[in-house]
Design a protein around this ligand. Structure first.
Ligand code: THU
Length: 131
């Protein structure tokens, strides 16, 4: 999908964020190896700690529909600059999509791209659970 189209979709999706408390809207689109796309927005709870980020909504939607292989995740937030995923989302992505490429896009079109492995070096993973 071309980048203008992704930017447009992310902008539209961001409006669906349920960010009553922070007023900070985030959208994510995760793409499977075969090119299917699953969307997510951040959803905030009145019990603030129960809030879930856009990236985890997207990956959980995809996982719950049986998807297991992912190549890319696009992220856009309010704020004018490319938005990096939070630590919790990096961990969940590492658990389910360690080889994913993270594409952080500002509304202006400014883009930063990074392999997840560079955003979460020396990561914890389930291999450590069996020692
Ligand atoms: N948020 C995301 O959706 N993704 C991130 O990677 C960073 C933070 C959301 C969570 C909360 O609803 C709001 O942004 C402010 O932290």
């Amino acid at each position: 999908m071309d980048s203008d189209r992704i930017i447009q979709r992310l902008k539209e999706l961001k409006q669906e964020a349920l960010a009553l408390y922070s007023h900070f809207h985030v959208a994510a689109i995760i793409e499977t190896d075969s090119g299917e796309q699953y969307t997510g927005v951040n959803i905030e709870s009145s019990s603030y700690g129960l809030t879930i980020c856009a990236e985890r909504v997207a990956v959980f939607k995809a996982l719950s529909e049986g998807q297991r292989r992912f190549r890319r995740i696009y992220i856009m937030s309010d704020g004018g600059k490319p938005c990096p995923p939070c630590g919790a989302c990096r961990q969940v992505l590492m658990d389910f999509a360690p080889d994913i490429e993270v594409v952080m896009i500002a509304e202006s079109g400014e883009v930063k791209t990074s392999p997840l492995k560079e955003l979460l070096p020396y990561a914890f993973d389930n291999k450590r659970l069996n020692s």
